[in-house]
Design a protein around this ligand. Structure first.
Ligand code: ACM
Ligand code: ZN
Length: 572
């Protein structure tokens, strides 16, 4: 079958309407992110009770991923599958690890991939082509368990397709984190950036430094809205044991997702300083921060003990996280907005001054940045010596960054563009386009209280990561990520509301070739995605349908959502 550009939705529906087999669900091609090459043809393939063959040449993880698909199909259709060759999952070693091919004919279908990620993505595409009930746990025997005949050849545009999670500002349980990973899996993301430490809470158990979680994981209150001068006075916190973090790493790995842990340094360290005050310039005392914003107090670069501390922390971290990339933070070390008028500790600390002298750093506005370069380079050397690579926020580029670091561009796109020009790899997370803590609508009085900004769905969708790059430097853009800081987000319902459907738009930036993106097609696909999220029991925003705010969601049962969608046709 020749490959064609994807049919417009209306053509697909017309073709499907013409087939003699039972009709698939009417939004049969609403897959997000849209596969890069799709050719639909007449007919449909029945999957209810279908005979399935899994090639024994598949590795154990790939077989398990296929079995999860089969189990979801059996649960939702209410019928066990059989063994046989109507639907086959076959190893094709010629495909790239994230690539897959699906071929569906009326009497047989087969899926090919070469590795776990390809099989995971093939299964997710199949799931999105089936009734949304496949994402739930209830039987919907008559939902229409057929796949439209199609030939799909698909692989991602970017190798790094990330989503960030912030358990420091508000803590997310292991179960909530797994749900986050489930949603990421559905949209073919492959990196979870786990921001495990910050001023307001240290969330990672470190056996060598027990006070990090005994003291650093707990704060004595949380800011109420933006009244930074006071807080609710309620002790708040939590942390992940090493076993729990390993459980998350394994759960993610089964779904083709690498967890990249972040220990933010040398700034955003007040929770650690509260536990071990000797690591700060003044010696404290410090308190786990009960306000938001940027703290003045950071690790003392003139005290070599910080490297002993950090190396032990990272040694334990590397035992838990096999990721090649480790995020070392590096953002917002200076000019913190807390305590106006107080100088930055590195400007007045005798130990930091002695270290600058020892390193030959001249006094002046760049001195602090060169001192930060020294801290970054020491950690980079240490992590490189263990076979790992560093990622840092774009501040690490100021001064002299050692080769081999990857820059995460968050203060706009400029950091990523500059990094690429200098020959560094970069990951694009520009705040104006990829910060999902920003409001989705302009109707702030109806939205749950938030940090500010305005980032509607269509604006996310419109982001083109190569814009502004010098020709020839595109190869340095490893991919794109969105960040979801949770200062003002305290419940899973609100977290998911901020995440979705913006992460769906993100997934098309990450996955689809630039010329395959089409907002009208994407928008039409959202109707199916909302049903699918509904079946998963995951919340989402309907701002893109003119329904603003958490309390304006239609009730989240499939029946009520169906009624809601009927009453609100597509051109809302
Ligand atoms: C950041 O948003 N401070 C990286
Ligand atoms: Zn110091």
């Amino acid at each position: 079958m020749t490959m064609k550009r994807i049919f417009p939705i209306f053509a697909a529906v017309a073709l499907l309407a013409a087939c003699s087999q039972p009709l698939p669900n009417p939004e049969a091609f609403s897959v997000i992110p849209c596969p890069n090459e799709v050719s639909l043809s007449e007919g449909a393939f029945n999957v209810k009770g279908v005979a399935i063959a899994i090639d024994p040449a598949l590795d154990e993880a790939s077989q398990a991923a296929v079995r999860r698909f089969v189990s979801a199909l059996e649960t939702a259709s209410g019928v066990k599958t059989k063994s046989g060759k109507a639907l086959s999952f076959v190893l094709n070693a010629n495909l790239a690890p994230e690539q897959y091919v699906i071929d569906i004919q009326p009497k047989a279908a087969h899926v090919e991939a070469s590795a776990l990620n390809g099989f995971v993505y093939a299964c997710e595409t199949l799931k999105q082509m089936l009734p949304a009930a496949i994402y739930g746990s209830t039987v919907q025997a008559d939902a229409g368990w057929v796949l439209p005949c199609a030939h799909i050849e698909d692989q991602p545009r970017f190798a790094y397709r990330g989503m960030h999670m912030d358990p420091s500002r508000h803590f997310w349980t292991i179960e909530e984190t797994k749900r986050y990973l489930d949603v990421m899996t559905a949209y073919k993301l492959n990196r979870l950036h786990w921001h495990l430490t910050d001023d307001q809470g240290w969330r990672m158990e470190v056996k060598a430094y027990p006070r990090l979680t005994e003291v650093g994981a707990w704060r004595n209150g949380t800011v109420i809205k933006k009244d930074w001068g006071s807080n609710d006075g309620i002790r708040y916190g939590g942390f992940y044991t090493q076993e729990q973090m390993k459980e998350i790493v394994a759960y993610a790995a089964e779904r083709g997702i690498t967890v990249i842990p972040e220990v933010d340094l040398p700034g955003h360290m007040v929770a650690a300083l509260a536990a071990y005050p000797g690591l700060g310039c003044t010696g404290g005392p410090y308190e786990v921060w009960t306000r938001w914003g940027v703290a003045k107090d950071i690790l003392c670069a003139g005290n070599d003990e910080i490297f002993t501390f950090l190396e032990k922390v990272f040694d334990e971290l590397m035992d838990i996280f096999p990721s090649e990339y480790i995020h070392i933070g590096g953002d917002e070390c200076f000019n913190g907005d807390a305590e106006p008028g107080r100088p930055d500790p590195w400007d007045v600390c005798p130990k930091c001054a002695a270290k600058m002298k020892e390193l030959g750093i001249k006094k002046g506005p760049m001195a602090k940045h060169y001192l930060q370069n020294y801290v970054t380079a020491r950690m980079q050397d240490f992590l490189n010596s263990k076979g790992r690579k560093i990622i840092g926020w774009d501040e690490i580029l100021e001064g002299n960054l050692a080769p081999g670091a990857t820059v995460m561009s968050w203060r706009g796109v400029e950091g990523g563009i500059k990094a690429a020009e200098k020959g560094f790899d970069a990951i694009m997370t520009p705040s104006g386009l990829c910060y999902f803590d920003y409001y989705q609508s302009q109707e702030r009085d109806k939205e749950p209280f938030g940090i500010g900004g305005h980032l509607p769905l269509e604006k996310v969708y419109g982001y083109e990561p190569f814009d502004g790059l010098k020709p020839g430097t595109e190869k340095h853009i490893l991919g794109v990520q969105a960040n979801l800081w949770t200062e003002y987000i305290a419940t899973p319902e609100h977290l998911e509301y901020m995440l979705l459907p913006r992460m769906c738009a993100l997934s098309e930036i990450q996955w689809c070739a630039a010329d395959k993106k089409d907002y009208a097609r994407f928008d039409a696909s959202l109707d199916h995605t909302f049903k699918m999220l509904d079946a998963m029991g995951v919340n989402y925003s309907l701002d893109c349908r003119g329904l603003v705010g958490l309390d304006r969601q239609p009730a989240r049962t499939p029946h009520q959502l169906k009624k809601y969608l009927e009453e609100n046709p597509r051109n809302w």
